[in-house]
Design a protein around this ligand. Structure first.
Ligand SMILES: Nc1ncnc2c1ncn2[C@@H]1O[C@H](COP(=O)(O)OP(=O)(O)OP(=O)(O)O)[C@@H](O)[C@H]1O
Length: 496
């Protein structure tokens, strides 16, 4: 029987037989968790080699991710894609098996780049340059193939192992696109967004409103990736991002947007006085507002600083280590709506719950590390469910913390609370909270002290996000290396 089937339209070889014929998948373990769910360890039966398995819902966008990742794979600074399976998989929270793409990836055992830097005892500009050089090579590979990655952020640069000399590799092609000069998808992470992405949306919004008329779509290109590299380099050198808003927010605030659009950033003396002029020059050239004047990947790859950066010590690791304040910032952001939009141009930011910047750190799941043992929330749909379940609560929070609108309906908060109370997951707990304000189903808005109320609701959100609200029966042993397909089918609530 033919076991592999070339996907001719995308030149992507996708295996259609069960992955369990070839791999033991450690379903109950996690190497990390992203928006598409946990990435798990797996072992090739034939050789005993270890890999990482990323499971994504099989839709055209996922096939594109797999295709572009595979195209770039084969370079020493790109996480290698070994195999791709199209299988129906049923996770505990699925009512029935769902078509999924299972990507068998090179196992990266060294964790994320900024976690590594936070542990460096002596982090120098030279080391930063060494890391940068590898990131540059990975992006060069993509750009050589005319692929824009579009989601370059520290979390997507993984280390091969825990040695000093470990290679850094680029992963996660979820937003990558062939650069046809028409990169318009509104997906990006606030601190890494290039000005022309914002410009493109502003332009589109104006087109939609009929303010300007043009048939030609406004475009931006691979220079967005260069911008992101500039932001990453800036953070590596000083520990904080170049563009930020005075008010913590999950949104790009108008202030932050203005700064990005005008390329307004500084090198505060205290933190930058010892950093070399060459490094600052690179940052300036990468963060240039005009993409035409921005450094290209070739310019950067051949820049002397990558090879002759001075050995000056940097203070960024200490800042990266302050997880508490990072977590506070993340929570402050997370309390705003997941799907909040930019007021005038309707740009949707990737929710922080799904994609965070290094400053907020990746704490979206307290159980994201497989050795932390909490396995009761597993699988992509579970993540989506959590977001949906939390939405009514986040609506309440947003309503309470945003300034009241002039024409605000007096029953708006009542309606939001009533809606949230219908939720199976949070309704009962919310009801308890509202009792403190003598909730009687109406006139709540006038009675309630919004700030106190929002504090309680935030605590509820926090408790729901830090302990899983999934009711899966996924309590199997985490040592599933010896699982056969058969006993997996019985001992684990997955079918494949
Ligand atoms: N090849 C790998 N080896 C080890 N761990 C990995 C590997 N790929 C991903 N991970 C871990 O899983 C996490 C999520 O992976 P990835 O970024 O590919 O998923 P995603 O769902 O696209 O996430 P997001 O868009 O939120 O970053 C990573 O941050 C990392 O911790």
């Amino acid at each position: 029987m033919e076991r592999t089937m070339p996907d001719t339209s995308k030149q992507l070889i996708i295996k259609t037989h069960s992955i369990l014929d070839d791999f033991n998948v450690q379903w109950n373990q996690k190497l990390g968790t992203g928006v598409s769910g946990p990435v798990r360890p797996c072992v090739r039966k034939l050789t005993g080699e270890k890999f990482a398995l990323k499971c994504i819902i099989d839709v055209p966008h996922s096939r594109m991710e797999a295709k572009l990742h595979r195209m770039c794979s084969g370079h020493s600074n790109i996480v290698k894609v070994f195999d791709i399976y199209a299988n129906d998989v049923q996770f505990p929270e699925d009512a029935m098996p769902k078509a999924r793409l299972l990507m068998v990836l090179e196992l990266m055992e060294g964790g994320e780049l900024f976690d590594r830097i936070s542990k460096e005892r002596c982090f120098t500009e030279r080391k930063a340059a060494r890391y940068m050089k590898q990131m540059v090579e990975s992006v060069r590979r993509c750009h050589d193939l005319n692929i824009a990655h579009r989601d370059l952020k520290p979390e997507n640069f993984l280390l091969k192992d825990s040695t000093e000399e470990s290679l850094i590799k680029l992963s996660d092609y979820g937003f990558a696109k062939i650069d046809d000069g028409n990169l318009q998808t509104p997906q990006f992470t606030p601190y890494y967004v290039a000005p022309q992405v914002l410009e493109a949306y502003k332009h589109q919004a104006r087109q939609r409103r009929g303010i300007i008329q043009t048939c030609k779509p406004y475009t931006y290109d691979k220079s967005c990736d260069m911008w992101s590299l500039g932001v990453i380099l800036y953070i590596m050198l000083c520990g904080y991002p170049p563009f930020y808003s005075e008010t913590p927010s999950r949104l790009i605030t108008p202030e932050m947007r203005r700064k990005i659009l005008s390329g307004e950033f500084e090198f505060p003396e205290d933190d930058w006085q010892l950093v070399s002029e060459s490094a600052k020059d690179i940052v300036r050239s990468l963060l240039h507002v005009d993409p035409g004047c921005r450094m290209t990947i070739e310019d950067l790859a051949t820049h002397h600083w990558l090879n002759d950066a001075p050995n000056t010590q940097l203070h960024s690791p200490a800042i990266f280590m302050d997880r508490e304040s990072m977590e506070d910032m993340r929570l402050a952001h997370a309390e705003q709506l997941t799907a909040m939009r930019m007021p005038e141009n309707n740009v949707k930011l990737k929710p922080l719950v799904e994609a965070e910047n290094p400053i907020m750190r990746k704490r979206k799941y307290t159980n994201s590390s497989f050795d932390e043992g909490n396995e009761d929330c597993d699988g992509p749909s579970c993540k989506i469910m959590n977001d949906l379940q939390l939405k009514p609560l986040r609506d309440i929070i947003a309503f309470c913390i945003l300034p009241p609108k002039a024409d605000e309906d007096e029953t708006a908060l009542n309606d939001l609370v009533t809606e949230a109370m219908k939720s199976d997951m949070c309704g009962v707990k919310l009801a308890k909270i509202t009792q403190q304000w003598e909730w009687d189903g109406c006139k709540f808005q006038k009675k309630v002290d919004k700030l106190n109320f929002v504090h309680s609701v935030s605590q509820l959100v926090k408790s729901m996000t830090s302990s899983s609200s999934c009711t899966s029966s996924n309590s199997g042993s985490s040592d599933s290396a010896n699982d056969t397909p058969d006993n997996q089918a019985h001992s684990l609530p997955f079918s494949c």
